[in-house]
Design a protein around this ligand. Sequence first.
Ligand code: ATP
Ligand code: MG
Length: 673
Amino acid sequence: MSKLNPRQQEAVHYADGPLLVLAGAGSGKTSVITRKIAWLIQERGMSARHIAAVTFTNKAAREMKERVQSLVSRDLTRGLIVSTFHNLGLRILKSELKACGLRNGFSILDGADSKEILKEILRQGDSERDLDAVDVIHKHISDWKNALVLPEEAVSTADSDETLRAAMAYGGYDRMLRVCNAVDFDDLILMPARMFKEQPRILEKWRNRIQYLLVDEYQDTNGAQYELVKMLTLPEGKFTVVGDDDQSIYAWRGARPENLAQLQEDWPALKVVKLEQNYRSTGRILKAANTVIDNNPHVFEKTLWSDYGYGEPIRFSALRDEDAETEWIASDIFHRRLQHGLKWKDFAILYRGNFQSRILEMKLQSLSIPYKVSGGTSFFSRSEIKDLMCYLRLLVNPDDDNAFLRIINTPRREIGPTTLEKLATWALKREQGLYHVCDDFALSEVMAPKSAEKLQKFKAWLDAKREFCFGQNSLQAVNELISDIDYEGWLMQNASSPRIGEKRIENVWQLVRSIERMLEKQEEEDDGASDLEAVIKKLVLLDMLEQQEEEDDSDRVQLMTLHASKGLEFPHVYMMGVEEELLPHRTSIEEDNIVEERRLMYVGITRARETLAMTQALTRKQYGEKIDTAASRFLEEIPQEDIDYLGIGVQKDEAKEDAVAEASIANLRALLD
Ligand code: ATP
Ligand code: MG
């Protein structure tokens, strides 16, 4: 266990009032949080169940919990809350259902689901134009929720036709969510915050429960999260928050780095500790990061130094196109691993957008390099996973109209749109959910008896599944559900090639395996009790890929977006597509928001411990067209003497280079065999 420096110790040992640890990347902020939890339990004798720590991603929460458990014996950590903000909100909502106007078994909608509901609301309104604007309106609503603005207030403060339309839709949308017994992601924070404001007795109860609160990555909290923290910790301010304004990269999702400064106003007694030693990177990497971020205006002055030696130059490689770019990275990793006796998991490849990973994944696969993609919601957005999740959602929440509509004809049951419209009208009249009225005996009077029969059959079948699902053999029931509907056959039938069909089937079973593991874990933790409903809720919330990582710390190259890499560290880092229009991103250039992109660059650079390489694809396919790219402006902001420029000549010699790369990989393969 490393020895804390005096400043870190000061931060760990101060628990009598509000504390902010403000420091640059790799200075041990997260370490302060874990050590402080251990200290509160061991030295202060606090019960773990009165401590809550909040982080930004599920992966980070998991790592934090593991670190605490390596410092404190397991029985002393029982009841400790370490979670994301959203999971904390969910926990609060679940135990305060009534106060929040929810019923048991409520659903959590992801972005795509909530957009579907919104579309429905807009359709009931007037124009086609609104339908086109669904993304814009959705964003408005999300922004309002993140700033704790209610529909009425949004309407009264709307300053343009567009915002007024969005504000009107907001009210309808929220009502619809309540009817469906559903919440969206933003509600997970907004609803507890509002409830605390309106119901002091419940707030008091939670203040009693959470007597010390710690928040990591504080610079990325939004308005609603700020309020939640504030309400929970008033009046004494028993909290520690840690953050780095230079790593605020979620403004587009409502994060407010100003919250750091706001703290000083709201808590005059706030103690601020600054950390200056970086324990992560070589001097050269740190210098590059510092000089880049120096180009941004600063509210807080920070310094950061490292005594880990100066290290290798930063490599920059400009390649012919995306194919050559990914090829270069893959073969570089391949060589370095062999040369230096490294593990695959010592390498991370970071990119600006998820779309960049596709070609990279193919390249890694073709070279048999094991890899793992983390972050993002790609697994859950696969249609086969969405289908199955909707079946599961409908199992736990029969009021979930959205889930019902998604699966009623998947696989095809020949229930046409007219039938569904009639069903919806009927449901509205009865003030019940779509699923509930499927076996209403009067249905055959409003639609063809054959259609009514189909609906009735569907409901009888799923009701029977539900009974089994919540018994002992819940997993078996899930398996049967899949075979009853011959989902595998349906997937094969609808796939453009057998390989794609098989891949989809594999994904489905991957989800089932995750459910199985989660149920087992629950049994271990809760003395043999398992609760499929809780597992399904968790699945909806958790990123599936992160879930996989929990069990899977096998040796793989790590792939993720720059955003998802926040808080993590790797010995060897590759940043792909360090180009104008990608990093900084085109929309940010258009919106003149280079500062946020520069922070993203800073986050990327500071993930690296020993070596850092950056690449550019000189031509890149965009919207089906090949365009020439320019190296990112941020590259010029790095001290040029620290950069080793490679591969600029690749264009002339491309055929030869490729042949050489291929041959050397073949050689290495032969060596390995
Ligand atoms: P980020 O801003 O990227 O989230 P951070 O400030 O949270 O970084 P940590 O992740 O806590 O930094 O720490 C960075 C690295 O430094 C980790 O590997 C951690 O184990 C190590 N570290 C922290 N404090 C010390 C110390 N006092 N001595 C040695 N190593 C340390
Ligand atoms: Mg950290």
